[in-house]
Each structure stands twice: as structure tokens, then as C-alpha cells.
Design a protein around this ligand. Structure first.
Ligand SMILES: Nc1ncnc2c1ncn2[C@@H]1O[C@H](COP(=O)(O)OP(=O)(O)OP(=O)(O)O)[C@@H](O)[C@H]1O
Length: 272
């Protein structure tokens, strides 16, 4: 059984992530300046913004892959920059991460791929880890026979599902997804969005979701955070964000693609 250590200071009604005054730069290039962001418990937060606004850098700062140049990041009741390495890895064990190019290992079949974090981090014996891996693979809607298949023999949608199963291997409290529907056809992308919502409802994790996909925002996100001008310009429901007086927001949400995504969700709801 996988167990997690919950911080005693963690309160149920606290946000699971609170970023305040975040600064990130690479040499002279300042990416974030006084950036604030909150992820509430159990929500799916869509993080959007123009290319190069720092969505991936923000994700990487929170999961510990980029050390911020300033500000604070509180995750699950712990202030990250005050933790020692061991405390930090305990917090990070409660994350599930699916990177855009977060490829599976091509030399391992799906069950071995998903079992890997269970063997490495939860120290489970291989047989138990692979048994749990098969459960995770079925949780994301893959047929039993897929467990023994190798990534290269599968469709893009199936690989994405398997990568999601791996991100869920350690029963994370927070799932980080970077462009999860990139490269999928619209039907595969819609199925992935639906799966994400179903799993969130069933398992109760919180989701930090970087995306360019307007359909995903409409279909899966409870709130949307817009990155612009080195900070989070606005975080609100999609309806309210779309009313924000900002050129990029207006073009993105109320331009032709935004209107099409809105219409497509409205017609799906009316058919239900
Ligand atoms: N390791 C790095 N070294 C130097 N600059 C970097 C590094 N990583 C990111 N950057 C810069 O930080 C800025 C933000 O990058 P980031 O990848 O977070 O943008 P993004 O909003 O995710 O973009 P996109 O939507 O195109 O994926 C860019 O100007 C990028 O060139």
C-alpha cells in the first residue's frame, strides 16, 4: 500500500498551491516578476498565455526543476524554499507530473513504465508494482492487453493515457500537466479532457494544467489563470476571464477559435 506523509500544518481549506511574488529570470531575461497564483483544493486550473509568457517555467518552479530567483511557493502546507532535501522530496512524492514530451521509456512495456515510480519511490516489489500498474492502466481506460505493449505500437491517445497512468502511480494530491492534449486529434483530445474530469471527480486530486487548447479550457477547467506581462493577469472562471480588458485575452477567447470552442461545448451540453 502506498502511504503519503501529510504535513501537520496542512489545513483542508488551504489552497494546495500558493505562489506569491514569484520572480524567475535567465540571465538578463526576466520571465516572472511579482507573480501570484493560487490552486484551490480539488480544482482543475487551466494556465494559459501567449508563447514564451512562462507557463512551463512556472510549472517547473513549483515542481522543483527551476529554483526561483525570488518570492515564495507554498505547496500542501509547506514553504518549499524552507525545506531540506528530504522534506522536499516528501512533498514532491505527492505530485504527479505529465510533461508534453514526457515520453514513456520506449524499452519498457506500459506496465513496466507505470510500475517504475512504484518501485523507485514507494520501494514496492516488482510483482506488486506491476499489479498496481495494471490497475492504473485500467483506470485511465486502457484495455488489459495494453499492459504488455510497448509505447511505439500504440496511438498517441493511448500513450497519453499511459503517461497519465504513470503520473497517477503514487496517488498524487496534485497533478501537473503540460499541454496534455498537444498532438492529439480533436476526438482523442476531448476523450482525454473527459477522462481528466472523471478521474478528478473520483480521486479528488487538484490539477495545474498548462494548455493552449481552448476546448480543454471549456470542457475541463474550473478556473483559468492568464499569464501576461510577467505575472498572472487574472484568475477566474472562464466566463469572467473572457471579459477581461486585455488584447491577448480578447483575441484568444473571443476570436474565431475561442467562439468555435465555446459553441462546441454549448452544443455538447445541449445534446446531454
Ligand atoms: N532553461 C532556460 N534557459 C534560458 N531561458 C529559458 C529556459 N527555459 C525557459 N526560458 C525562457 O523563458 C521564457 C518562458 O519560457 P516557457 O517555456 O515557460 O514559456 P511558455 O509560456 O511555456 O511558452 P510556450 O507556450 O511556447 O510553450 C522564454 O523566453 C524561454 O526562452
Amino acid at each position: 500500500m502506498v502511504t503519503t506523509t501529510h504535513s501537520q500544518s496542512e489545513q483542508h481549506d488551504q489552497p494546495v498551491i500558493q505562489v506569491q511574488g514569484l520572480v524567475n529570470s535567465f540571465g538578463p531575461v526576466v520571465v516572472h516578476e511579482a507573480l501570484d497564483l493560487t490552486l484551490k483544493r480539488g480544482e482543475i486550473l487551466g494556465v494559459v498565455g501567449g508563447s514564451g509568457t512562462g507557463k512551463s517555467v512556472l510549472l517547473r518552479s513549483i515542481v522543483g526543476l527551476k529554483r526561483p530567483n525570488g518570492g515564495t511557493i507554498d505547496v500542501l502546507g509547506s514553504r518549499l524554499n524552507e525545506l531540506n532535501e528530504q522534506q522536499r522530496s516528501q512533498v514532491e512524492r505527492r505530485f504527479g507530473v505529465l510533461f508534453q514530451r514526457g515520453a514513456l521509456f520506449s524499452s519498457l512495456n506500459l506496465q513496466e513504465n507505470v510500475a517504475l515510480p512504484l518501485i523507485e519511490h514507494a520501494k514496492l516489489p516488482r510483482e506488486d508494482a506491476e499489479y498496481l500498474a495494471r490497475i492504473k492502466l485500467s483506470l485511465v481506460g486502457l484495455p488489459a492487453k495494453a499492459a504488455l505493449q510497448f509505447p511505439e505500437s500504440l496511438s498517441g491517445g493511448m500513450v497519453k493515457r499511459a503517461a497519465l497512468a504513470r503520473a497517477l502511480a503514487l496517488d498524487p494530491d496534485i497533478l501537473f500537466l503540460d499541454e496534455p492534449t498537444a498532438g492529439l486529434d480533436p476526438i482523442g483530445a476531448a476523450a482525454f479532457d473527459q477522462l481528466l474530469v472523471t478521474l478528478r471527480d473520483a480521486l479528488g486530486f487538484s490539477v495545474f494544467l498548462v494548455t493552449h487548447d481552448l476546448d480543454t479550457l471549456y470542457a475541463a477547467c474550473d478556473r483559468v489563470a492568464v499569464l501576461s506581462q510577467k505575472r498572472v493577469l487574472v484568475t477566474d472562471t472562464l466566463e469572467n476571464v473572457a471579459k477581461t480588458d486585455d488584447a491577448w485575452v480578447q483575441e484568444y477567447f473571443n476570436g474565431p477559435r475561442g467562439r468555435a470552442a465555446k459553441h462546441s461545448v454549448a452544443s455538447t451540453i445541449s445534446k446531454e
